[in-house]
Design a protein around this ligand. Structure first.
Ligand code: 5GP
Length: 115
């Protein structure tokens, strides 16, 4: 189990606004939103630190993170206007929590990104 801040959220040791949950994935609002809608999707049982640590056996879980975000966006009426999903990996991407997570950003036109 993850000993990051996200592990504490999974174990309900600290509060979070949970908006999605299934057997393997938790979705909750980012504490410092970068868009009108900013939700993080994380694996509940397999705390892969970064995408670089993912292995072929994680393929299904990583795919399900994407589908969870897409499902949430569709249900919240965000899909037609569109949204962005982002996964930061390590320093140059600004990763701060080493429990792999997918950001869902939506609710307004998003600027282009990159260096
Ligand atoms: P990263 O930069 O690692 O890709 O994203 C980590 C995200 O976790 C950041 O957007 C940050 O705002 C969010 N975050 C960090 N601590 C907490 C917390 O305690 N609760 C919630 N809901 N989000 C957090």
């Amino acid at each position: 189990m993850s000993d990051t801040i996200f592990g504490k959220i999974i174990r309900r040791e600290i509060p979070a606004t949970i908006v999605y949950e299934d057997d393997d994935i938790l979705g909750f609002k980012d504490i410092a939103p970068q868009a009108p809608v900013h939700v993080l999707f994380i694996p509940k049982h397999d705390a892969i630190p970064t995408l670089d640590d993912a292995r072929p056996e994680h393929a299904q879980l990583l795919g399900r993170l994407m589908l969870a975000a897409a499902d949430y966006a569709r249900r919240e009426g965000l899909a037609q206007d569109g949204y962005r999903v982002v996964m930061n990996c390590r320093e140059h991407a600004g990763q701060t929590v080493f429990h792999v997570h997918l950001h869902l950003l939506a609710g307004a036109p998003l600027g282009h990104f990159g260096a």
